[in-house]
Design a protein around this ligand. Structure first.
Ligand code: AMP
Ligand code: ZN
Length: 472
């Protein structure tokens, strides 16, 4: 497949280090508030990416962090600690805040049919790992201690700006003027690895370290979590475009300084969702959540459908008008699919191959979800495909799209199968009557393997279709 790599600024062929397992790291939420729908756009894009890799035959190991410490209101280590600030505002402890918003995050992603990453690591659970890495960075001369904090010295790396493609002057001009300067830094873009002395006296969570009691900076968390779970090499690292600088830039600097070679091959970033006034941001206080969309009557999957309609590298502007358009087109699609009834038609293997290749090609082309949806519409409307072929393809595409396309579909068994099931149930009833429980169990298991669950009821033996195992 081809994917745009922020590091090389090119669409490149994706070649994993180990073809048996793609190593994918995706930055997770800072759990001081609900995720806004912009954040969720990024998680939807990452979900599609992971499922596309699965679809084309790769096993993917995906790791995500939960940031529950160290992320300050400015990504450049100044301002207030987001968690502490939120705890103060809500009159709760930092841990209570973290637990509450972590749960809220899992609820949101479940509603959007986003597969939970295989490994989810809370930043506060790997403190020893960060201490180990920071000690090595100090030993190697990449880090220094200033006024009690440990900083990374960006002038010790060869190519600090390689990911952002910018230079120091640009960044200084672009830096937010309302954020105070940290006088302890040798260079303006040096960043904190470990805080000991700081103005956050009410910081609730602190740990002992060789440099005094304190807590880790935000950037070291993702490097530490990734290095712990993947070792020294990583295939893919994702996030939203705001993560390119400084977060991912700093992750590269410290991880490569630590391992002594190139660390991650593909950096893939999703563009932002904006509201009509500009950037959507959690710190604005009043922001759009999935629950708000739900309370306004929208099915969360309408939002997923809305996101898939545009390319992940294009900015997307949110408005209720465009969500309404997505909603009616999603409804029409579901209704059309509902009218395709399972029948006795034979699945046309040649057509299946033709359409799956088209669908795959769209996704392999830098995750072109809009084109993938076009192929889905083609299938649904096609005059040349019989019903069972259509249903087969729709179910197959939904492994990636995850739009519950067939959820409301009534499954109708063909008459031959019904006859067979009834015959098997009769044989099982006879076996039971003869107290031949081994045979009865064998028949039950055979039915189960056909996707049929049987239950003994007062009306005799009844059966139902096992809900097919969901991909996500
Ligand atoms: P946070 O919880 O602030 O650490 O952000 C979680 C994820 O959402 C990160 O990958 C961000 O890059 C991403 N993100 C932040 N704002 C937006 C936005 N407006 N649109 C899309 N993604 C965003
Ligand atoms: Zn991160």
């Amino acid at each position: 497949m081809k994917i745009y790599n922020t590091l090389t600024k090119k669409v490149e062929e994706f070649i994993p280090i180990d073809k048996n397992e793609v190593k994918m790291y995706t930055c997770g939420p800072t759990v001081y508030n609900y995720a806004h729908v912009g954040n969720l756009r990024t998680y939807i894009f990452e979900d599609i990416f992971e499922k596309t890799l699965n679809y084309i035959g790769y096993n993917v190991k995906r790791v995500m962090n939960i940031t529950d410490i160290g992320h300050l209101t400015s990504d450049a280590d100044t301002g207030e600690d987001k968690m502490v600030e939120s705890a103060k505002k809500e009159g709760k402890s930092v841990l209570e805040i973290a637990a509450f918003y972590t749960d809220a995050f899992f609820n949101d992603i479940a509603k959007l049919n986003i597969k939970k990453p295989a490994i989810i690591e809370k930043a506060t659970d790997l403190i020893d790992e960060y201490i180990k890495i920071i000690s090595v960075l100090l030993d190697k001369g990449f880090a220094y201690i200033s006024n009690g904090n440990v900083y990374f010295d960006i002038t010790k790396t060869n190519d600090y700006y390689k990911l952002s493609g910018r230079n120091e002057e640009d960044l200084i001009i672009g830096a937010r003027s309302d954020v105070e300067e940290d006088k302890n830094k040798r260079n303006p873009f040096d960043f904190v690895l470990w805080f000991t002395s700081s103005k956050f006296e009410n910081q609730a969570l602190k740990w002992d370290s060789p440099w005094g009691t304190g807590y880790p900076g935000w950037h070291i968390e993702c490097s530490g979590i990734s290095l712990k779970h993947f070792g020294e090499y990583l295939d893919i690292h994702c996030g939203g475009v705001d993560n390119i600088f400084p977060h991912h830039t700093n992750e590269i600097a410290q991880s490569e300084a630590y391992v002594g070679h190139r660390w991650c091959n593909y950096w893939v970033h999703g563009e932002h969702l904006n509201d009509q006034s500009g950037k959507m941001s959690k710190s604005k206080g009043d922001f759009l959540t999935l629950s708000l969309l739900e309370s306004n009557g929208y099915n969360p999957l309408v939002y997923r459908f809305f996101c898939l309609g545009s390319h992940y590298r294009n900015q997307l502007v949110f408005s209720y008008e465009s969500l309404d358009t997505a909603s009616s087109s999603y409804e029409k699609l579901l209704n059309r699919i509902k009218s395709i009834k399972k029948d006795e038609s034979i699945i046309d293997e040649e057509k299946v191959e033709m359409y799956t290749i088209k669908f795959k090609s769209a996704l392999e082309d830098d995750l072109n979800t809009a084109n993938a949806l076009t192929i889905l519409f083609e299938v649904v409307k096609s005059d040349e495909l019989n019903n069972n072929t259509k249903l087969f393809l729709i179910e197959d595409f939904d492994r990636v799209l995850s739009l519950d396309l067939l959820k409301n579909e009534e499954i109708v068994l063909d008459s031959e199968l019904v006859k067979k099931i009834e015959q098997m149930i009769k044989e099982r009833d006879e076996a039971k009557a003869e107290k031949n429980y081994t045979k009865a169990d064998e028949i039950r298991n055979e039915l189960l393997s056909m996707g049929i669950i049987i239950k003994d009821s007062r009306e005799g033996t009844i059966y139902e279709i096992k809900e097919s195992e969901k991909w996500n």
